[in-house]
Design a protein around this ligand. Structure first.
Ligand code: GLN
Length: 530
């Protein structure tokens, strides 16, 4: 089996995920069958319970797994769909080892990190390779080499190479550039590689992060101290947009080098992103989209929305400038939303920021600003309409106000019987039925779509007639017709919201349809006002 492991050194946050994704992109578009695994050495079982402030967005896969946002990058760069087994955490590994121990699977032996934990890791990695029938599996190891948490994983990888699995080890390091002359310093890279070697791993490839271009002298020096041939040292300079990185890596010969190491020949890379990149680098138009959310200090909490907008830019040459607006602070008469061409309200949990979101939706509705609501953005659009059009002044979701006299967003009756909150979440890819002769139909052009979900509350069926009579139309529903999935305003062409997260399936050459629609409507509006 063939694996490429990617570790990180020197400091965290060097863009290991983007480098891994870019490499997968290059391999996939050379005709290889590729899969990718993210190893998160934390003890949480999965990312589902983690606050977006800690690790950014919780990404959702087709099978409903809640995973690290890097898996979103893999899917976007590779154009494939992954499953929960593509994200391994310390929590998952220990849980299954302890469960096996309780069942007596280890036949009375002392259960230890080596070999029991490491064997569990090895089995899972080989399983991914086998089940996905991949030519090569990329394994990104989270954290930085030397962290206690990642030790068992690195040990498992070392053993796999020893066991005969074919491995390429890639290591991501930092080249600081100091002084006016921006002198490139290789010492941290040397140290980081010796740390890796001290645990028995000799890297085959180095990705050196730096601002500028890696010079010949640095390359020579790094090679001398690390035994990595110069052709295996790839400079990763800062880029305006992550989608430009594969080309930067390819232009330095990374593919030929890797094919050489994998022992394969005769593959040619097909560049499917040429026009896409061109539109990103040289957009013809710009729109301002206000994203009103409560985690805006860490924009990675909304990474899939950012990416979806980039996909639209790549398709239409319309650059999207995101104005990050805090839903906590929003005052509507202020300049916050003044020169905005469109508003996006993303998903979220908990009451904080909800009133700001409702105020922003009212502003969008009354001033006919193009609007897209996603998940909580959909639910707050329902609440806003109930309060300000239907006149139900205290309308709310029972998530925020269990005692409201108008619970327009609520758990469905069957959900009330479930005591454990974890069991009530609607997760993963589910079919949505789009109604003909609606705005949603115009956007999707078909009745059957499948989109990813992550929510617990629903539009309360008791109020649907009230909404419909007043002009808020539900143009997409689940297959039973019980859960509302898409809403639009009968008298407006630029106000739409979805209960599902269309951002999760947005891809470079196939953007989320509703994000695309928002941007096109925003561009029309921007054109009118000029
Ligand atoms: N908090 C809402 C719910 O649970 C919305 C969730 C979301 O936006 N992802 O239904």
């Amino acid at each position: 089996m063939q694996f490429i492991a990617i570790t990180g050194g020197v400091i965290s946050g060097l863009g290991k995920g983007t480098i891994t994704s870019s490499l997968s992109h290059l391999l996939v578009n050379s005709g290889l069958r590729v899969s990718a695994v993210k190893i998160d050495p934390y003890l949480n079982y999965d990312a589902g319970t983690m606050n977006p402030y800690q690790h950014g967005e919780v990404f959702v896969l087709d099978d409903g797994s809640e995973v690290d946002l890097d898996l979103g990058n893999y899917e976007r760069f590779m154009g494939i769909s992954l499953t929960g087994s593509n994200n391994i955490t310390t929590g998952k590994i220990y849980k299954s080892v302890i469960e096996k121990e309780r069942k007596g699977d280890y036949l009375g032996s002392t259960v230890q990190i080596i070999p029991h934990i490491t064997n569990e890791i090895k089995n899972r990695l080989r399983d991914v390779s086998r089940k996905s029938k991949s030519d090569v599996v990329l394994i990104e190891v989270g954290g930085t080499v030397g962290d206690i948490e990642s030790m068992p994983f690195l040990e498992a990888l070392r053993q796999m190479r020893r066991d005969g699995d074919h491995f390429i080890f890639a290591h991501v390091t930092l080249i600081p550039e100091i002084g006016d002359s921006m002198e490139q310093k290789t010492k941290p890279t040397q140290h980081s590689v010796s740390q890796l070697r001290s645990i028995g791993i000799q890297p085959d490839v180095l990705f050196a992060r730096l601002k500028g271009t890696l010079n010949a002298e640095s390359r020579r020096k790094i090679s001398l101290f690390t035994d990595v041939p110069e052709s295996g040292i790839i400079g990763v300079s800062d880029v305006k947009n992550p989608y430009l990185l594969p080309e930067i890596m390819r232009s330095q010969g990374v593919l030929d080098y890797i094919f050489g190491r994998l022992g394969i020949a005769g593959l040619t890379f097909e560049d499917r992103w040429k026009d896409y990149r061109e539109n990103i680098v040289h957009p013809r138009k710009t729109v301002n989209i206000g994203l009103v959310g409560k985690y805006i200090e860490l924009t990675d909490a909304y990474i899939s929305h950012k990416e979806a907008f980039t996909h639209v830019t790549g398709k239409h040459g319309i650059e999207v400038r995101i104005r990050w607006i805090s839903s906590d602070k929003l005052k509507i008469d202020q300049s916050d939303l003044a020169d905005i061409d469109g508003i996006l309200i993303p998903g979220g949990f908990g009451y904080r920021g909800v009133e700001g979101k409702i105020a922003a939706i009212r502003y969008a509705r009354e001033n006919r600003i193009p609007f897209l609501g996603i998940c909580l953005g959909f639910q707050t659009a329902v609440i806003e309409f109930a309060r300000n059009v239907l006149g139900f002044k205290d309308a709310n979701s029972t998530e925020f106000d269990p005692g409201t006299s108008h619970p327009v967003i609520d758990l469905l009756p069957e959900q009330h019987q479930v005591k454990d909150m974890g069991g009530t979440m609607r997760l993963g890819s589910l079919p949505v039925v789009v109604e003909r002769n609606t705005r949603a139909w115009e956007i999707y052009g078909q009745a059957g779509i499948t989109e990813r979900h992550r929510h617990r509350y629903e539009v309360n069926p008791k109020y649907i007639d009230d909404f419909e009579r007043a002009g808020l139309h539900f143009s997409g529903k689940d297959t039973e017709g019980i859960r509302m999935e898409i809403l639009e305003l009968a008298d407006r062409e630029n106000f739409i919201a979805t209960q599902y997260h269309s951002e999760f399936k947005s891809r470079p050459l196939n953007p989320s349809r509703v994000h695309e629609y928002l941007v096109l409507k925003a561009a029309e509006k921007a054109g009118e006002s000029k």
